[in-house]
Design a protein around this ligand. Structure first.
Ligand code: 3E9
Ligand code: MG
Ligand code: MG
Ligand code: MG
Ligand code: MG
Ligand code: MG
Length: 361
């Protein structure tokens, strides 16, 4: 299955100190002894710090480093506990382990899990979130961690049963189990602004954040399909879900997944333009930062050894496309997210045939 150039209307950008940030994260994971030595040496080659530096290209360096360390920590949970570890097929035990970690994020001083590398490193992350985030952002970070944990427990139940969810359930799970919503509070911390709860939880801003999760996780599924399908373990990926849902070959499922993410990308651009017109200055900053997150995932995914796997090379195009494969303004046939299209009523009458520059990137 060859992945073609994918539509990328958002310009690339990276924090100038990406190399130092990347090296510090490898040293941080080593100091806290996260995962096995084999896992750490693998992760150290995957440009995790460069990914964080692309998510926050103009962010405060301390927060870029904090995000970078947090991303490797998340992979410690996602690879270590869920996908390569025994808890990944024991949803009840996984829920217990994740609840204990959540307590550390809330109360790092709690005298529990004092020898546990994931807990000790989470204590460090928690103190840094308190240092660089507002009280609202620190609270939101714990809430988003809980929603990520809740979703990976759901995923583990499917893994234990060897079952493929339908497209609607998969979409709902994937809005959270890719840890994309846990990254979102760092967008505010990185630039030192605070989105007020009434605005963040408004339908329009929440939809923009959910679309960002959709696009980044669909892109992850497209680019990580090679790694995941060769791994020999059970895996959940939108290509697999679409094959199952519609009886498609892998190539046709890939084409369908790309069309879905392109359609959501077009809607995101329309909603972003609306929020840039109507939102607060903070909402404008936030949708700009969401845009960088989307492009960061694309640039990191086509270049990281995590996905290109040179020993068994993935057929990934390293370049991008200037046009969507599907610019329809009709809602996707996914009931949990079709309401997104209600938020941009004019989108049907504004076909995306204008130059990309006019879309306000
Ligand atoms: C992603 O899904 C799993 C997350 C825990 C990775 C850490 C989170 C981020 C870096 C936020 C950005 C999100 C992405 C890249 C989806 P999955 O399919 O287990 O990731 P994998 O790398 O194994 O394909
Ligand atoms: Mg390790
Ligand atoms: Mg590196
Ligand atoms: Mg995962
Ligand atoms: Mg994974
Ligand atoms: Mg993946």
């Amino acid at each position: 299955m060859a992945v073609p150039p994918i539509y990328a209307p958002i310009p690339p950008a990276v924090h100038p100190n990406h190399a130092a940030i990347d090296a510090r994260t490898a040293a941080w994971a080593e100091a806290y002894d996260i995962g096995s030595p084999e896992w750490r040496s693998r992760l150290a080659t995957q440009d995790i710090g460069v990914f964080a530096a692309r998510i926050l290209p103009e962010g405060r360096e301390e927060v870029v480093s904090l995000l970078s360390d947090f991303v490797i920590w998340l992979f410690g949970v996602d690879d270590g506990y869920c996908e390569e570890g025994s808890l990944g097929v024991r949803p009840g035990e996984l829920a217990a382990a994740l609840h204990r970690l959540l307590r550390i994020a809330q109360n790092p001083e709690a005298p529990m899990l004092t020898d546990d590398p994931l807990a000790e490193s989470l204590r460090d992350l928690t103190l840094r979130v308190a240092r660089w985030g507002t009280a609202l952002q620190a609270g939101r970070w714990v809430d988003t961690l809980r929603e990520y944990f809740f979703a990976v427990v759901w995923e583990a139940e499917h893994r234990a049963a060897g079952r493929i969810p339908d497209l609607n359930d998969y979409t709902l799970m994937r809005l959270y189990d890719g840890a994309t919503s846990v990254v979102q509070p760092f967008l505010e911390m990185g630039y030192g602004f605070e989105l007020q709860p009434h605005e963040r939880d408004s339908k329009a801003v929440r939809a923009a954040a959910e679309m960002t999760s959709f696009i980044t996780t669909w892109d992850n599924d497209i680019y990580s399909h090679h790694k995941e399908s060769r791994g020999g373990n059970y895996y959940l990926n939108v290509i697999r879900v679409l094959q199952h849902e519609y009886g498609l070959s892998p190539d046709r499922a890939l084409t369908r997944a790309i069309a879905q993410r392109d359609r959501v990308m077009c809607l995101f651009l329309s909603l972003r333009a609306k929020l840039e017109d109507e939102g607060s200055p903070q909402a404008r900053q936030y949708v700009g930062a969401l845009s960088s997150f989307i492009r960061a995932t694309q640039d990191w995914s086509v270049s990281s050894l995590r996905y290109t796997t040179p020993d068994d090379p993935a057929a990934l195009s390293p370049s991008f496309s200037e046009a969507p494969t599907d610019d329809s303004t009709d809602p996707l046939d996914i009931p949990s997210v079709s309401w997104w299209w209600d938020l941009v009523p004019g989108s049907r009458t504004e076909p995306l045939d204008r130059p990309l520059a006019a879309l306000g990137t």
